[in-house]
Design a protein around this ligand. Structure first.
Ligand code: MEV
Length: 318
């Protein structure tokens, strides 16, 4: 076959961004929205990359970040022969929702499928997924410098999971569904910049950064328990605490703080930035509602979510 497809999810980080780079655990969840790629064989190189409806934005010999990331992804052994890639992503770039990792995983998956055709045996699946993650990591290193791998893991597997650099993903089974609102500051931000900001603080004052990382480690440990126990009030408090630690690390902004405050006054149980910070998106936990028979009242929850979204919309005007 001359072409193959691949897809991947976007993500929100519920807890533990940045600390995860230093080996702490974090919790992420996949989104339904994500990226899709089609990869077609070319008779000769260089490989080309087209994003969205646009024209070719890079080829594997370009010296810009996108071209270098694309080349790095294709070059992970065994190297992918010359291909044309058309990819699209329905996540805002620089929004902290994993657009870059979702693109990388969808391209890597499509390329792996193209190369191995229909010959792959089921026992090869784990090896292929590991290679997809290695290709995504090579791409992410160009954009992020020192990615923990949580974004690519969320893009590849979806669902809700705890992640560490050493152990990878471990699924979490929530006792109750979590309903989250995602709001954008409208300012794209670079994860590389915020990761480097914390790295330079770490060089100057390692003890200070370590205290924040230790705080996040215990917040994440408690958050896993709260998700498994269905204690959403505790979970909201933990989100607020995580946000405090992140602002202490200077990766929050006045817009992020405002969106979090608006969400909390509109009834959210907790709110925090998600992803790299410095702009991008915030998440807010919608309080669960129950009918008298104990089942979830989704209509009332949608109204609660609408109050949070309205509060964010009304703040856009000034
Ligand atoms: C970005 O979504 C999450 C960070 O922790 C960076 C990373 O883990 O690679 C900020």
């Amino acid at each position: 076959k001359g072409s193959a497809e691949g897809s991947a999810s976007g993500k929100v980080i519920l807890f533990g961004e940045h600390a995860v780079v230093y080996g702490s655990p974090a919790i992420a969840a996949g989104l339904d929205r994500g990226a899709r790629a089609v990869v077609t064989r070319l008779p000769g190189g260089p490989s080309t990359l087209k994003l969205g409806d646009g024209s070719v934005v890079a080829d594997a010999s370009s010296s810009n970040d996108l071209g270098r990331a694309f080349a790095a992804l294709l070059e992970v052994a065994p190297a992918i022969p010359p291909v044309r890639v058309e990819a699209r992503c329905d996540l805002p770039p620089g929004g902290g929702l994993g657009s870059s990792a979702a693109l990388a995983v969808s391209i890597a998956r499509a390329a792996e499928t193209l190369v191995r055709g229909d010959e792959a045996r089921p026992e090869e699946d784990a090896a292929i997924e590991a290679r997809v993650l290695a290709r995504a990591a090579a791409w992410e290193r160009i954009f992020h410098g020192n990615p923990s791998g949580i974004d690519a893991t969320a893009a590849a597997r979806g669902g809700i999971f705890r992640f560490t650099r050493a152990e990878g993903a471990r699924p979490i089974t929530p006792r109750q569904d979590l309903v989250l609102c995602v709001g954008s500051t409208g300012h794209p931000s670079s994860t590389r910049t915020t990761v480097e900001l914390i790295a330079s603080q770490h060089t100057k004052d390692p003890a200070l950064v370590k205290r924040s990382i230790d705080a996040v480690t215990s917040i994440v440990g408690n958050a896993v328990l709260a998700i498994e126990a269905g204690d959403q009030r505790a979970l909201g408090d933990l989100m607020n605490m995580n946000q405090l630690v992140l602002s202490g690390l200077f990766v929050s902004t006045s817009e992020i703080e405002e969106l979090c405050a608006l969400a909390r006054s509109a009834g959210a149980l907790g709110a925090k930035l998600t992803g790299g910070g410095g702009g991008g998106c915030v998440i807010a936990l919608v309080p669960p509602s129950f009918r008298s028979d104990g089942t979830r009242d989704e209509e009332r929850e949608a109204e609660s979510a609408a109050r949070i979204l309205d509060a964010w919309r009304s703040a856009e005007g000034h």
